[in-house]
Design a protein around this ligand. Structure first.
Ligand SMILES: Nc1ncnc2c1ncn2[C@@H]1O[C@H](COP(=O)(O)OP(=O)(O)O)[C@@H](O)[C@H]1O
Ligand SMILES: [Mg+2]
Length: 369
């Protein structure tokens, strides 16, 4: 018997609320998608909540409700594109919006908002949410969570594969062929610095098609300084967020190395993202010249794709579309999958990825009735 789940999230790019309707029979199949642009004022609130500031509790409390409402609307708009109604959907897996991720603090914590009570009440559908904190309670980093889904849908018995998800932060999953082991971690910034620098210098929310970067030249001294950050040299498990790879982080390096034109810095940041992904892949001895599949919004940036191809000349690089899942929808599908895991009381984390003491059922359940 097939089952329908919805996955919804907004990533660290805060570009939009993704909602995906997935049928499991039991292999997942993408049935319908909807992306609601993030309301601009709410986006400003979220970006400000991602940085420590004043009066955070009031702003957080309101954003929690507003994001819950926006996510419920995205789910309703998704269903309106189909012949299904709320009663057909077993559950929504809602990641929410991360506003702080501090896996190395003592104690470590992570915070996602978008009240599941609001989503369940407005949609009439059970909601699974709060996926990350159980893993943290077990000593893990609570991130990345997508590797378990990548393992379930992208593994090949014959070939070594690496899945690279380039969202605000980039993460990878290494899937050696002919083995059941896996590796996964955040490699560092994906689009977050590209978006932030573009916004600061041009006012645009993203460097569409890499146009700004295309006009610049990589600054070797700046690139070298950025690459020395200890995060890139730390061993997994590791995860990070835009509160670490922030414009303040970039500015400190610009001050130290003399900076450059907006275009040159954007070009340097593109190479930083590509180089740190490539270096991470090259260090994984379990995969040799793997087939690489990219997903997330960064897969649309031709400058980034070209930089990755230059860094990984030995490997084929394709979008996950080549494996049957559109690059833009892998993450939303992963949260539909994680909701199903929770519903079936199956584990959602990979302890080898997050560092948790054991595999565990992730997420709580919020009922509409
Ligand atoms: N055409 C494009 N050109 C350049 N960058 C793009 C393009 N389309 C999407 N992106 C990048 O992808 C980001 C959104 O990716 P997404 O996977 O949704 O990230 P997140 O999971 O962090 O929300 C945008 O903020 C932008 O940086
Ligand atoms: Mg997004």
């Amino acid at each position: 018997m097939s089952e329908l789940y919805i996955g919804t999230l907004s990533g660290t790019s805060v570009d939009g609320i993704d909602a995906a309707l997935v049928r499991f029979s039991p292999q997942p199949e993408l049935i319908a998608t909807h992306c609601a642009p993030f309301p601009p004022a709410l986006r400003e609130t979220v970006l400000s909540l991602c940085r420590p500031g004043e009066n955070e509790i009031d702003r957080l409390g309101q954003a929690d409700v507003l994001i819950g409402q926006a996510m419920a609307q995205a789910v309703q708009a998704l269903l309106a594109k189909t012949t299904f109604t709320a009663g057909d959907i077993r559950a929504i897996g809602s990641h929410g919006q991360t506003i702080r991720h501090r896996p190395k603090h003592t104690p470590a914590f992570t915070l996602q908002i978008g009240d599941p009570n609001v989503i369940a009440s407005l949609t009439g559908i059970p909601v699974v949410a709060d996926f990350r904190r159980k893993d943290l309670a077990l000593g893990g980093q609570g991130a990345p969570l997508v590797p378990a889904f990548h393992d379930a849908v992208f593994r090949s018995a014959q070939s070594d594969r690496v899945i690279v998800n380039i969202g605000g932060i980039a993460n990878l999953t290494a899937l050696p062929g002919g083995s059941s082991t896996l590796l996964g971690f955040d490699t560092g910034p994906g689009n977050t610095l590209l978006d932030g620098w573009c916004r600061q210098t041009t006012g645009e929310t993203m460097d569409r098609d890499g146009q700004l970067a295309a006009q610049g030249t990589v600054r070797p001294a700046l690139l070298k300084a950025l690459l020395q950050d200890p995060y890139f040299h730390a061993l997994p498990p590791k995860s990070t967020g835009p509160e670490y790879f922030s414009l303040a982080w970039l500015q400190a390096h610009l001050d130290a190395t003399g900076g450059g034109s907006a275009e040159d810095i954007q070009a340097t940041l593109v190479t930083l993202t590509a180089r740190t992904i490539a270096d991470a892949i090259k260090k994984i001895t379990a995969v040799r010249r793997p087939e690489i599949f990219i997903c997330g919004g960064g897969a649309h940036n031709p400058q980034l794709r070209a930089a990755l191809a230059a860094e990984l000349a030995d490997c084929t690089i394709q979008k996950t579309d080549a494996l049957g899942i559109a690059a833009d929808w892998v993450e939303a599908m992963a949260f539909a999958w994680l909701a199903r895991q929770r519903w079936q009381a199956q584990p959602g984390n990979c302890p080898v990825v997050t560092g948790a003491a054991r595999a565990a059922v992730l997420g709580g359940l919020w009922l509409p009735n």
